[in-house]
Structures are given as C-alpha cells and as structure tokens.
Design a binder for this molecule. Sequence first.
Ligand code: SF4
Length: 325
Amino acid sequence: MAKRVFSGARPTGRQHIGNYFGHIMNLIALQEEYECFDCVVDLHALTTVESTASLQQDINDMVLDWLAAGVDPEKSVVFVQSHVPEITELHLLLSMVTPLNWLLRVPTFKEKVRMHPENVNYGLVGYPVLMTSDIVLYKGEMVPVGEDQLPHLELAREIVRRFNSMYGDVFPEPAAKLTQFPMIVGLDGTGKMSKSADNHLEIASTPDEIRRKVSTAFTDPARKRRADIGHPEVCNVYTLHKMFTPGRVQEIGSECRVAGIGCVDCKKLLAQGIVDYFGPFRERRLELQSRPEYVREVVGHGAERASRVARETLREVKAAMNLLP
Ligand code: SF4
C-alpha cells in the first residue's frame, strides 16, 4: 500500500512562482506515488492574521491554482483543515502530553514574539502541537519539508514519541521527505519570493502583467549601462531563465558576459518564457473558474474523505487515553 503523505499550506491566495516550484510541483509529483492529504491549514493562519476578511477568497484562489496546475482531487485528498473538526480535539489532547518548554524554545516562536510582541497569543505557542495533530490525525507517514523545516518535524516526532510512550503505539512517527525544488528569489533579488515582500509574480497573471512585472526585476548590479559586461551567475533573471527558457540559457549567459545582450531584451525573453510556460495553466484555470462551485465541491469531497480517517484516529486516541466509557 502506498505510504501516506501529509502536506499543509497556509491559505495565501493566488500562488506565485515560488509557491509553484516550492510546493505545487511537489504536490503534483507526490500524488503519483503516495496517498496524499493536501491540506489548507486555515486554523494556523489565525495565529498571526490581523483580519480574516479575505480568508475564504484566499482559500478558493489557492486551491484553484493547485487544481489548475495539476493537483488531481481524485488522487489526492484536497481539503481545508477546519472542515474536519476532529483536528481541534486532537490538538487539545496532544497539548496535554507536550511540555511547555519544548514549545517555548522553538526558534520561529521566538522570532514571532520578537516581530509581533503585541500579538503573542496562546495559539501561537501551541502551533507545533497543531501541526503535529494535522499530521497524525491522518496517520501521515511522511511530510514534505525543506531543510529549514526539519527542526519543526523533529519536534512533531518528539511529541509523537512521548504520546506513544505514555499511551501505546497509536501514531506512526512521521518521516521527512526532503523536497528537491529550489528556493526562488524574489524579483527584487533581495531574498525569498513572497507576497509580504511584494517581490512576487503570480502564476495566474495575464501575459501583460507578467511582462510588466518581469521588466522591474533586479539584475546584475554591476551592469549599469548597456555596454557593461554582465555576470549572469549573480543575476536573478538568469536563474529564472534556467527554469523558463532552459534551451537558451547557455546562449544568454555567454551573450551577457560580453554585453551582447542587454537586460531589457533579456527580460523580454524571460517574460515570454514565463507566458508560454504558464499558458496551459492559465487556460485550465479559466475553465475551472467558469464553474464557481467547483472548488467548494472539491474541498467538500476532500473533507468527507479526510473525516473518515480522522474519526477513526480520534476514536483510537481516546481509547488509548481511557477517555471512552
Ligand atoms: Fe541578467 Fe540578462 Fe542582464 Fe545578464 S543580460 S545581467 S543575465 S538580465
């Protein structure tokens, strides 16, 4: 039987090319080999969100992008975290076995306290317990993570080990499935592509939007005039060419080094590569968008499938903890 993989992602709305290469492509690849539970973790979003006004729209837009890109709801269980209420009960039960000092030492918690001292809520410190609950409620055996997320998964494994040692072997210890996809640098060249840094390019952008955004991309800072020779290895536009125009990368690199191509033309080529790459995706997205109920149906069906597993797991947990009469 195929191993079960749990992937959670916060509802961030329309997806950008960093999300596409870092997460969506992974979901598409994994569904061919594993039993995948692809979850939109809306409750996690509440730990830091200032307003929930756009939450439903963000969920809809994100799932629409997943589906248009190739996530198959017949193969994968695509669902929303809060639509399976058992998650909150398991979260409470696991919180009873998790020592507070394990949670207070988590680096991302410390970082969030530093960044948002006015909003250190109870949910924030319990975030790793909720994350662990997400994985084990569905008996997830593997979790796709980048290297930077390994400590979080290790904490989840510690919580699982502690529960199993206290109440018996109910949960499998989830293993990391290290993702292969590269980190995408933002168009401003300063760090990871993200919406909060406003350096992103949405995959559902129109061709005109793609051209306009790419034209603003940061290039080799040493190349101030058209006649200056370039250094493609430090240029983010060149890195993106490797993904979107792989057949022309060598030529572009060589031309850049002798100032044979200018940055304006280089970016036009890249923009066209991105327009072409996402052409079939845009068509499919428009087609799915014309069926307004489609995303709701997919996540409704996903919640039913996920609930069946969740109810059984919770029954086992309560039995192990002597909570059943
Ligand atoms: Fe970057 Fe292209 Fe300009 Fe070279 S020509 S610096 S690869 S944008």
